[in-house]
Ligand binder design. Structure first.
Ligand code: KG4
Ligand code: ZN
Length: 332
């Protein structure tokens, strides 16, 4: 089944063609980063307008690069939440219109389920059970995936998401938007041990709190303006990664999961990938780290999750809309 996946929940207009949720035929991502950078973050109205301007071309290019004609697409999946309302509506409307025109099923896809299913795109034999760390600009959670569509939420952030903390700290350090990639790069030239930033909630539960860490960075930089930005970046990143990896591995151990998966934009982070790899190797657990382009927002992850949804639940009615606050459907 060849599914065209559409992603417009935030600041990337993306589309991809994926066969049976595993084989990527094409993946096109048009980033709006340049439009939002001077505002220091995503401006929702600008995002919606930019999606409208390029969505048709992005869809056409994804189909063309897949070497297909539009008539050879078997279903259209679009991210219908969580995300920015106006931005989501562009992808959902385009997806429904195309599905209706082609006479094929439409499938609404949860963005976080998309990030989770990115793991299946590059690992042909991957199957649950597994413990998943989902870390993006809006979410941070640890999920025990017992089976396809069966997610037990073990913990999540009580304040800022991990990506949000990266973006806010980068802004404070005058590094621009988005902050994650910049801090990731600067950190390679810094000393991770330079500053002992707090590791919030390290030994408690599976919940996260990053807002205090962000304040600690602000206070430290104010008190020590002479500190090298590289050292601040590396030390901040080490604190974030320490907390993420410690909890992820504790969860994997408690659940007895043979596989650990990471997903979402922050999963593109080099230090996080390295630490997850090391810790898994030490414990004899399989580590699945999708390639960085599949961690940040893309259409392939939506097509992959869409295929699973379709197999389990069939098509989504065309009367269903976009839900900005959509939650991952969890059990327990
Ligand atoms: O999943 P994503 O592309 O969009 C959302 O669903 O939010 O994640 C974007 C977030 C941003 O906060 C960005 O700064 C962060 O992921 N990010 C990174 C890296 N690349 C993107 N954070 C740390 N290191 C990176 N290399
Ligand atoms: Zn995302």
């Amino acid at each position: 089944m060849r599914i065209l996946g559409i992603e417009t929940s935030c600041d990337e207009t993306a589309a991809a063609v994926v066969v049976d949720g595993r084989e990527v035929l094409s993946s096109v991502v048009a980033s709006q980063v340049d439009l939002h950078a001077r505002f220091g973050g995503v401006v929702p109205e600008i995002a919606s307008r930019a999606h409208v301007e390029v969505v048709d071309a992005v869809l056409a290019e994804a189909v063309e690069r897949a070497g297909l004609a539009l008539g050879e697409i078997d279903a259209v999946a679009a991210c219908d939440g969580p995300g920015l309302a106006g931005a989501l509506l562009v992808g959902v409307s385009a997806g429904k219109a195309l599905a209706l025109t082609l006479g094929v099923p439409y499938i609404g896809v949860n963005h976080m389920e998309g990030h989770l299913y990115a793991a299946f795109l590059e690992e042909p034999d991957l199957e649950p059970p597994m413990v998943v760390l989902l870390v993006s600009g809006g979410h941070t959670m640890i999920v025990s995936m017992e089976d396809h569509g069966r997610y037990r939420l073990l913990g999540q952030t009580v304040d800022d998401a991990a990506g949000e903390a990266y973006d806010k700290v980068a802004r404070l350090l005058g590094l621009g938007y988005p902050g994650g990639p910049v801090i990731d790069r600067l950190a390679t030239e810094g000393d991770r041990q330079a500053i002992a930033f707090p590791r919030p909630l390290l030994d408690e539960s599976y919940d996260f709190s990053f807002s205090g860490l962000k304040t600690a960075v602000i206070n430290h930089v104010k008190a020590h303006p002479e500190e090298r930005t590289e050292d601040v970046a590396a030390s901040f990143q080490e604190a974030v990664v320490d907390v993420l990896v410690t909890k992820l591995m504790r969860a994997a151990e408690e659940v007895g999961a043979p596989t650990v998966v990471i997903g979402g934009g922050v999963a593109a982070n080099r230090r996080l990938r390295e630490r997850v790899g090391e810790e898994c190797e030490r414990r004899g657990v399989r580590a699945v780290r999708p390639s960085p382009a599949m961690c940040t927002d893309n259409g392939a992850m939506i097509a992959a999750a869409g295929w699973r949804r379709f197999v389990a639940d069939g098509p989504t009615p065309l009367t269903s809309g976009a839900t900005p606050g959509l939650r991952l459907p969890t059990i327990g």
